[in-house]
Write a protein that binds this ligand. Structure first.
Ligand code: NAD
Length: 456
């Protein structure tokens, strides 16, 4: 089997074609990673810190090349691609400090002399399965904490992002067997889950559930970050122009292909009319060639675009109004004009499912209570934004929203890598990612009792 990826802005451009690892290839890579792991852990904090720092330096030194590769392989607009490269280096650097951090605590024995210790230890081989939409940042926000804690890593990237993953690992320059990319698809992903000592998955809900099931059967720790259905709440006291600009970015930025993109805009009371006008204008402005090029970019595949155009057509047939965009522009590549729809009936898939594209529905709510109920009416909420100048409203929303990430006066999209990240309900399984949460996930706790010989 061969893994290929194509440029979504120019599908005739074949970015890479490499042999898939196959299940036996994954098993062999896992065996190598397992042999390498004790030495990597025993090399010590200074060695691991220096190695991760070198990986950060290499990303920075090749920022232009990596930016161009992200643009070409997954169709991310250049400014966002550059931001992702900078963030990737920052993540390596952040976790490069963590081998020096405490890995446990000292306690007094209940009786007599001695020490009680807690200590966190690496599991062994971390198996990472990643999507294509953040082809450098997601692999690194999993690999860096896993490696910093003393695990070795096997990374199974999405086929659509194979070239990015291979170059990332090459630039990291870690010793053989410490960070290994296994190109492939479902077969390789399944083989990875069979071989790893700890599993971290990011991707769609259906695949994630299967991964969680398989890892749990084997009794290995697993976390899964899955699809989300994200809302934005706009209150009448909000700065409507600023809210519209934030929402346009969260709907259209990278064609809505972010797990934190906004797909349901809930306008409270008198906010509805002005927001409808301002957001329609902001999205329409992005539907031209400049907006499509610099903000939106293409969808990842023809199939992804067809799923969206099909859903828009069915909503229209059921009485929805298209306020902005939704046309397929006449140009190469899998582009779709960013779209805003009103009057989409309750129960329509555009209101209940993740589409992973530049499309949002506009919904009215009589008051904050109704807006919160609408936002919470989903099983997989990841990020919700709230736009208001009123502190009480912001605090009430932060308290009552069932979302993993709550962003006041900011787009729903946007992640700070040093804080825990993840959704609620069906958008997540297991522990959250990033920050200290990631270091905890990739290590197992030990409790050590240490007594003087004569006392035992
Ligand atoms: P996907 O589920 O199709 O693929 C994700 C990964 O799983 C890929 O590497 C794929 O090859 C692999 N895979 C496929 N079948 C497998 C199997 N049977 N066993 C093991 N691995 C298998 O997702 P995608 O299209 O690459 O990414 C888009 C999805 O990712 C969206 O649903 C999006 O919301 C989600 N996502 C979530 C987050 C988050 O943090 N919650 C972040 C980014 C993307």
């Amino acid at each position: 089997m061969t893994v290929t990826s194509r440029n979504p802005a120019d599908p005739a451009d074949l970015v890479i074609s490499v042999p898939a690892a196959g299940a036996p290839g994954v098993a062999a890579a896992a065996a190598r990673a397992r042999e390498t792991q004790p030495g990597w852990a025993a090399a010590g904090a200074a060695a691991r810190s220096a190695a991760l720092t070198r990986a950060a330096d290499a990303v920075e030194a090749h920022a232009d090349e990596l930016t161009a590769l992200i643009v070409r392989e997954v169709g991310k607009p250049a400014a966002e691609a550059r931001g992702e490269v900078a963030r990737t280096a920052a993540i390596w650097r952040y976790y490069a400090q963590t081998p020096y951090a405490p890995t446990g605590a000292v306690h007094e024995p209940a009786a007599g002399r001695g020490l009680l210790l807690t200590r966190r230890r690496p599991y062994g081989v971390a198996g990472l399965i990643t999507p294509w939409n953040f082809p450098l940042a997601i692999p690194v926000w999993k690999a860096a904490p896993a490696l910093a804690a003393g695990n070795t890593v096997l990374l199974k990237p999405a086929p659509e992002a194979t070239a990015c993953a291979l170059r990332l690992a090459e630039l990291a320059g870690l010793p053989v067997g410490v960070l290994t990319v296994v190109p492939g698809g479902a077969e390789e992903g399944e083989a990875l889950v069979r071989a790893a000592d700890v599993v971290s998955f990011t991707g769609s809900t259906a695949v994630g559930r299967a991964v969680v099931h398989a890892a749990t059967e084997r009794g290995v720790p697993v976390q899964a970050e899955l699809g989300g259905l994200n809302s934005a709440l706009v209150l009448p006291d909000a700065d409507i122009e600023q809210a519209a600009a934030h929402l346009a970015a969260a709907i259209a930025g990278y064609a809505g292909q972010k797990c934190t993109a906004t797909s349901r805009v809930i306008a409270v009371g008198a906010a509805y009319g002005p927001l409808r006008e301002a957001l329609t204008k902001a999205l329409t402005a992005l539907a031209g060639p400049a907006g499509l090029e610099s903000v939106c970019g293409p969808l990842i595949s023809a199939a992804a675009r067809e799923r969206l155009t099909g859903a828009i057509a069915s909503a229209r047939a059921q009485g929805a109004t298209v306020l902005a965009g939704a046309d397929v522009p006449e140009r190469d590549g899998w582009y779709l004009e960013p779209a805003l729809l009103a009057d989409v009936p309750a129960g329509h898939p555009l209101r209940t499912e993740e589409f992973f594209g530049p499309v949002a529905v506009l919904l009215p709510a009589a008051d904050l209570d109704e807006a919160l109920a609408l936002a919470n009416d989903t099983r997989h909420s990841l990020a919700t934004s709230v736009h208001t100048r009123d502190l009480d409203t912001a605090l009430a929303a932060a308290d009552r929203l069932e979302a993993g990430m709550i962003r006041i006066n900011a787009p729903s999209s946007g992640v700070d890598f040093h804080l825990p990240f993840g959704g609620t309900g069906a958008a997540i399984h297991g522990d959250r990612e990033q920050g200290q949460a990631a270091l905890d996930f990739y290590t197992a706790g030990r409790t050590v009792t240490l007594l003087p010989a004569e006392a035992s």
